[in-house]
Write a protein that binds this ligand. Structure first.
Ligand code: MLT
Length: 272
């Protein structure tokens, strides 16, 4: 991440939240995935803040520099933290952009604070809740993190997070994603993992999302495949779908320029 960016801290609710606040203009709130942190969005911060947007990027509770306060960090708590951050900055409304876990948090935000949602970007995420097997897998992973740290999960998930071509041709991207995972706090990551297992099914929320919505998915995403994106696109009234080629789960890093162009044109239509 650009070393000139200064991390701010705000005491909100029960957390001391780390965040970046860059640029001026209509606000875009970026919500990162799991087990990542605000640096996940560095390509977007640079591109959008220099194109007339104010970019707010928190570390969600338990990840990055924001500490977890409980053994389970729910998606609802994360969404309420994000709203409290906007309050702290005296921002009334924002376009909310969430990737994967950040998408679950964005669903909660849309449900809890619909009048604050100017637009929605949902990347690499899905509406249905976990089935029992997926929940059990998350609990097992949480226990592995607490016992053995983050290296085992980075080894297990990297091949799914990044497309084969990314892994072969972009060693810097591989390194960046691996570093983000391995430096995460196992306790905070386990709490987020348990929070995702406990999340509700957002399917019934989809027809009620009134804000214009851009859905993004990587053509090769095995974690949240194109069918999950199509499912949301069919149910969110004012939505469009962008499938990004040569990318898997981390579309915003693997194909940063394509991702940024899609988001920037959506934002420009929405705000100008
Ligand atoms: C993420 O990238 O945030 C995770 O893959 C989300 C999940 O495990 O459901």
């Amino acid at each position: 991440m650009n070393d000139n960016l200064q991390t701010n801290f705000a005491k909100l609710r029960e957390v001391e939240m780390a965040y970046l606040d860059v640029g001026t203009g209509p606000v875009v709130l970026f919500l990162h995935g799991f087990p990542f942190d605000k640096s996940m969005w560095s390509d977007q911060i640079e591109a959008l803040s220099s194109s007339g947007f104010r970019v707010i990027v928190p570390d969600l509770r338990g990840l990055g520099e924001t500490k977890a306060t409980r053994e389970v960090s729910t998606m609802k708590e994360m969404a309420s933290d994000a709203a409290a951050l906007l309050d702290h900055l005296q921002i009334v409304e924002a376009v909310v952009c969430g990737l994967s876990m950040g998408g679950y948090v964005a669903f909660e935000f849309a449900h809890l604070f619909p009048t604050r949602l100017r637009g929605l970007v949902l990347a690499g995420t899905r509406a249905p809740a976990d089935n029992e097997q997926e929940k059990a897998g998350r609990e097992q992973q949480a226990q592995t993190m607490l016992r053995a740290g983050m290296v085992p999960i980075s080894i297990a998930t990297l091949p799914k997070l990044l497309a084969e071509r990314t892994r072969a041709a972009k060693p810097d991207v591989v390194k960046r994603v691996r570093t983000m995972i391995t430096r995460s706090d196992p306790k905070g990551a386990a709490a987020a993992q348990r929070g995702m297992a406990a999340r509700r099914d957002y399917t019934n929320d989809l027809p009620d999302i009134n804000a214009p919505t851009l859905i993004i998915v990587g053509r090769e995403d095995q974690i949240r495949p194109v069918s999950d994106a199509e499912f949301m696109h069919e149910r969110i009234p004012d939505s469009r779908l962008e499938v990004i080629e040569d990318a898997a789960h981390m579309t915003n890093i693997e194909q940063a320029e394509v991702f940024n162009d899609a988001v920037a044109s959506f934002l420009n239509e929405l705000t100008h």
